[in-house]
Write a protein that binds this ligand. Structure first.
Ligand code: 13P
Length: 260
């Protein structure tokens, strides 16, 4: 099963609008002619409009870092009295196609749960947005050899009730919490082992064909210097890049490392 690699930049709470526009304008020529790897940038909400304009006519896709999901009268509310929040319809209106969900920073600082992510996945599909669902263990969990169990619970919770045809459209990002922003990357073998485990969980929830279709990104201190060996692993289908996505040359180098 060949899966097209997908590298996305999670800009987190970085980049004013002018910096965002500059970065995208530097990135575009660097990615000219690269068709075998999908690329996306996920700016802050305030920079979405600027970045969408700068991306016009380019193959680089636009993502957001969160969404607000609330069910009202059996449907997902797309507007209403939810101060400070943005609906799926609003993101779609801002030219977004991907939404990062359940990032460990949102789980840690904002109390996101697998059940909440699950509702967000459903609300994304209701507006034809595609989710990037983040999972990953803490260092304490890894040390206790709970990694596989932790990611299995996360995957089962986040994908509960999601039909196979939608699951195939989702991307999963395996991001070991201890590797995020620490400079400490999972070894290619450590990452591959968890990716293969995630795929086996998906195969047991759905079937092998569905599991084989789902792209699983690695995230956590991925850089130009370690991208190629991570991306060479059979179950690593791309990356979700934090720090290194804030520099056009570094982000482009990671994307190029995914070209087969
Ligand atoms: P870093 O690449 O900065 O470690 O961040 C990874 C990440 O959290 C991407 O979502």
């Amino acid at each position: 099963m060949s899966r097209k690699p997908f590298v996305a930049g999670n800009w987190k709470m970085n980049m004013l609008r002018s910096d965002a526009e500059k970065l995208v304008n530097e990135l575009k020529p660097l990615l000219e002619g690269i068709d075998s790897v999908d690329a996306a940038v996920c700016p802050t909400f305030t920079a979405l409009g600027k970045v969408a304009d700068a991306l016009a006519g380019s193959k680089i896709m636009l993502g957001a870092q969160n969404i607000h999901t609330v069910e009202k009268d059996g449907a997902f509310a797309q507007n209403g009295a939810y101060t400070g929040e943005l609906s799926a319809e609003m993101l779609k209106d801002a030219c977004v196609s991907w939404v990062i969900l359940g990032h460990s920073e949102r789980r840690q600082y904002f109390g996101e749960t697998d059940a909440g992510v699950n509702a967000k996945v459903k609300s994304c599909f209701a507006q034809s947005l595609k989710p990037i669902v983040c999972v990953g263990e803490t260092l304490a969990e890894r040390d206790l050899e709970q990694t596989n169990a932790v990611v299995e619970v996360q995957i089962r919770g986040c994908f509960a009730g999601i039909p196979a045809d939608q699951a195939k459209e989702c991307v999963i990002a395996y991001e070991p919490v201890w590797a995020i922003g620490t400079g400490r990357t999972a070894t290619p073998q450590q990452a591959q082992d968890v990716h293969a485990h995630i795929r086996s969980v998906l195969a047991s929830m759905y079937d092998k064909a569905t599991a084989d279709a789902i792209r699983i990104q690695y995230g956590g201190s991925m850089k130009p210097g370690n991208a190629a060996e991570l991306l060479a692993q059979p179950d690593i289908d791309g990356g979700l890049i934090g720090g290194a996505s804030l520099k056009a040359e570094d982000f482009a180098a990671i994307i190029k490392a995914g070209v087969k």
